[in-house]
Design a protein around this ligand. Structure first.
Ligand code: FAD
Length: 535
């Protein structure tokens, strides 16, 4: 019967066959629209790039595609990340101890300089009236590091002394005095072993950032501009380079199932965990050899008002030996709209998804002939990471509570609930010597001609959105950036553009005064002699 129906309808058969063929051949549908820029993904990175481009070149047309029903709902969403405004005040992994016992401060200074750029970019959004109230996305929460045990206390003291040589870190306090520590972090000191040697640093000008709220507000402003269109529930499925150097981007409307194509001069793959797949589809040689290893996270979160009222800091500790940098435990104050919460974690999880709202096929589907060997070598060279992940996956409720109690000794399970954080896709990269290496930072991959740029990785993440996007502009809009109008506008957005702040007292004070005032944040004014005054 079935056979008969098919034979009676040969035209249906031919049509079905043609459809299957066209979906397998990979040929892109004819583009029915042409724009200057396509942004893939509605996270903080695309929001930042779109905002920069529209300010610098107001006539640029931009088409944005986001597969979810809202922007800022993947890694940039408030509880999918820790909201730390990474400035290396408290993150001990940015200041490693060298074999000779000295502290390497290079990375810490770089990270701090990057965050100063992001704050200037956000301050511009506020002074222009694009974002009305900075408190909706950034708030002062002191940044602290807390360690215990002789070896760790000695490390923290050396770290503090090394950082005091940099004006960006002046204003930081160091203490081993338990009474002082109790005044900074009462709930972390009550119930602690009185014989435990402890030390902490405290930086009053640390921040908590709601990157989700910021992302939504960047897009809300961006989409009021002429020539900008945001397409929600639209998934980019393919990218093809055209002979004339432009790109055809194939998009599926997830409501209707329809596929369309758009032609553009420049594509930004700001798809977070989805970036690797699209980069591979682009076929650019620069993408070869990259792979991704997903690590998810869990937080313990409490909204208990009495507890929240007693803790006002982001307190980072030391990662346990053999564990990766993103596993550093911390107990954080979070500001979420008019609510506050405490968050402890992260506990690592494993799934093959590259996005929280992704597919189980993400990891297996990302393997190709260029990254298979690097992935295998990376696995073999990172057995401690594998062991760490297995250990984390086996943790039960009581073991998680025990981990929390190292930071908050009197914690009670009933006050806390588990929340799933975002997915991080750690970069795996081909390496001549090792075969493959795991990288914990962020990598900007750009084609030789600059017509496509993609961001892989997640650290230091959203905090460095503005400096990362400056790199995209310098590579892909190099000619336009020479234009005096672009230059002047750039200086208006980032007054420190082209200079660094560290040990550059006058500029540091000027820049911090302007950006912190606009963002309604405290800052330290320095005098170049090692003295710092809170403003
Ligand atoms: C557990 C955890 C803790 C973190 N803590 C911090 C922190 O304390 N401080 C900090 O600065 N950073 C932190 N980060 C990193 C930070 O969250 C990310 O670096 C940042 O949010 C990445 O922004 P993005 O725009 O690149 O990606 P996302 O915010 O993930 O946005 C990408 C968007 O692209 C969309 N997309 C994907 N594929 C497609 C497609 N094919 N078509 C259309 N749309 C697509 C997704 O739906 C998503 O909305 C943390 C991350 C995690 C996971």
């Amino acid at each position: 019967m079935l056979r008969k129906t098919f034979i009676r309808k040969p035209r249906t058969l031919v049509l079905a066959f043609a459809l299957v063929l066209s979906s397998c051949s990979g040929s892109a549908p004819e583009a029915n629209k042409t724009v200057d820029v396509v942004l893939i993904g509605g996270g903080i990175m695309s929001g930042t790039l779109g905002t920069f481009i529209k300010e610098l070149g107001p006539t640029t047309s931009i088409e944005i595609y986001e597969r979810l029903a809202e922007v800022g709902e993947e890694s940039s969403q408030v509880l999918n990340n820790a909201g730390t405004g990474h400035s290396a005040f408290c993150e001990l992994n940015y200041t490693p101890e060298a074999a000779d016992g000295t502290i390497d401060t290079h990375k810490a200074v770089d990270i701090n300089e990057m965050f100063e750029i992001s704050k200037q970019f956000w301050a511009y959004q506020v002074t222009q009236g694009f974002i009305k109230d900075p408190k909706t996305f950034i708030n002062n929460v002191p940044h602290m590091s807390l360690v215990w045990g002789d070896k760790n206390v000695s490390y923290l003291k050396k770290r503090y002394e090394a950082l005091q040589k940099h004006t960006l870190f002046q204003g930081m306090e160091y203490s081993e005095d338990r009474e002082k520590l109790k005044s900074w972090i009462p709930i972390m000191m009550e119930g602690r072993d009185p014989n435990q040697k402890v030390a902490a640093t405290h930086m009053d000008m640390g921040t908590d950032v709601n990157f989700g709220s910021l992302t939504k507000q960047l897009f809300a402003n961006l989409t009021t501009k002429e020539g900008v269109k945001l397409n929600l529930k639209h998934e980019v499925q393919d990218l093809k380079k055209n002979d004339d150097g432009t790109w055809t981007v194939v998009v599926k409307d997830l409501n209707s199932g329809d596929k369309t194509a758009v032609k553009t001069k420049f594509v930004f793959v700001g798809a977070g965990g989805g970036a690797l797949k699209l980069l591979q589809k682009s076929g650019i040689p620069e993408a070869n050899g990259f792979g991704g290893f997903p690590v998810g996270g869990l937080w313990l979160v409490t909204y208990n008002k009495a507890l929240v009222a007693q803790h006002q800091a982001k307190v980072y500790g030391l990662a346990s030996v053999g564990s990766p940098p993103m596993s550093v435990p911390h107990l954080d104050t979070r500001v979420i709209g008019d609510k506050k919460a405490l968050l402890y974690g992260p506990f690592a999880t494993f799934s093959t998804k590259f996005l929280k709202h992704g597919s189980w096929w993400d990891l297996p589907g990302s393997l190709d002939m260029h990254n298979l060997m690097p992935m295998i070598y990376t696995g073999l060279h990172n057995l401690p990471l594998v062991q760490y992940l297995i250990g984390q996956l086996m943790l039960n409720e009581d073991e998680r509570l025990a981990a929390l109690k190292e930071y908050f000794p009197n914690a009670k399970l009933e006050d806390w609930k588990l929340e799933v954080a975002g997915q991080r896709v750690q970069i795996v990269k081909k390496d001549e010597k090792e075969g493959g290496i795991l990288q914990f930072g962020t990598e900007l991959v750009t084609s030789g001609d600059g017509t496509i740029a993609a961001l892989l990785g997640a650290s230091p993440g959203a905090s460095s959105a503005a400096p990362i996007i400056l790199k995209v502009l310098e590579k892909s809009f190099a000619k336009e950036l020479q234009n005096p109008e672009w230059q002047a506008k750039m200086k208006a957005i980032i007054p420190s553009y082209g200079t660094t702040l560290d040990n550059n007292v006058e500029v540091q004070n000027q820049v911090r005064e302007a950006s912190h005032k606009a963002l309604q944040l405290k800052y330290f004014a320095v005098d170049g002699q090692g003295n710092a005054t809170i403003k």
